[in-house]
Design a protein around this ligand. Structure first.
Ligand SMILES: C[S@@+](CC[C@H](N)C(=O)[O-])C[C@H]1O[C@@H](n2cnc3c(N)ncnc32)[C@H](O)[C@@H]1O
Length: 224
């Protein structure tokens, strides 16, 4: 089976033989592919809504993985099985991911790895994971259909992050690649035009200017 580039990059960093729950799984293609490609033996496709869960069930039947991919109707981690040790959150905003985890923090007791692809708000995700004593062990910037996505993998372990690391990602900063440079060049362009439009009196203006100078500093190191 062929996954989208975004989902394939997530699948590629799932630790082999982990037991994965894909939260907000929708079609279920990620947990199905992990089993079909023998990366893991057992996965869960979790969704809050019946319609996407039925789609996941149809796909589970289609790929004949009913004895290893289990669909579960659940609001976030509410009905998370105890044997899960890895969570995946993809295609959701940071606020939704943070709300889901905050609501059921005790469910993290067996979770050693969390992989996230927040559609927006990577800064907040990094800050939140650090506050929960997870550390970022891998990051990647993906470009798919003209949209940049951040993929962030965390493992249990303490990690303090600077503002710069929360903004760009501590792993990204040590492994700068072309997608990272292009993404931040694009953001810079949008921010420059935004800052010009913000009135001097607005408290937002300084925040954007500070962020712009951090972006300039990083992009400069990629040219030097
Ligand atoms: C945009 S889809 C993302 C699907 C897939 N993860 C991907 O990346 O392609 C978001 C899914 O999250 C589900 N969802 C939203 N809030 C949820 C929650 N609190 N618990 C479980 N699933 C949720 C939605 O029903 C929807 O199917």
């Amino acid at each position: 089976m062929i996954l989208s580039l975004r989902l394939q990059n997530i699948a590629d960093i799932v630790s082999s033989d982990s037991i994965v729950a894909d939260i907000g799984s929708d079609h279920g293609l990620l947990p199905i592919s992990l089993v079909v490609n023998k990366r893991t033996k057992k996965t869960y496709a979790i969704d809050i809504a019946i319609k996407p869960l039925n789609q996941a069930k149809d796909n589970i039947m289609k790929y004949d993985v009913g004895n290893s991919v289990y669909p579960i109707l659940s609001d976030g981690l509410e009905n998370l099985p105890d044997d899960v040790n890895t969570l995946v959150f993809s295609g959701m905003g940071s606020k939704t991911i943070i709300n889901i985890i905050s609501k059921d923090i005790s469910k993290l007791k067996n979770i050693s790895e969390i992989i996230m692809e927040p559609n927006i708000g990577s800064y907040d995700i990094r800050e939140f994971m650090s506050s929960l004593n997870y550390s970022i062990v891998f990051e990647k910037t993906i470009l798919e259909n003209d949209v940049y996505y951040d993929i962030i993998k965390c493992s249990l372990g303490k990690q303090e992050l600077t503002t710069r690391e929360k903004l760009f990602g501590p792993y990204n900063l040590k492994h700068i690649d072309i997608n990272f440079i292009n993404k931040w060049t694009l953001i810079r362009k949008k921010m420059v035009s935004l800052v010009r439009k913000i009135p001097e009196s607005s408290p937002q203006k300084n925040k954007f200017i500070e962020e712009l100078s951090l972006i300039d500093e990083i992009l400069k190191t990629t040219i030097d």
